[in-house]
Design a protein. Sequence first.
Length: 82
Amino acid sequence: MAEDPKWEVVEDDSPKQQRPKKTTRIAGIGLLVLVALILILLFPPVLVFVEMAARQLRYLWWLVLLLALGIWLIFAARKSKD
């Protein structure tokens, strides 16, 4: 049985990706927290809205689950067509 000429095994010559150092990750997280704090100070109404949404989420958690289920079903249906 002849092999298909479009498919050939190629060795991976690309250099290995180095994982970011722990200090880089900590600095990135610190930067994200700093940006979040600055945005909270600049836009206090947004903080009020987030607090209100968090309170309402206690009562509407089932709505979030239904939304997540709908999104999952859309992606699952799309995958099954392929």
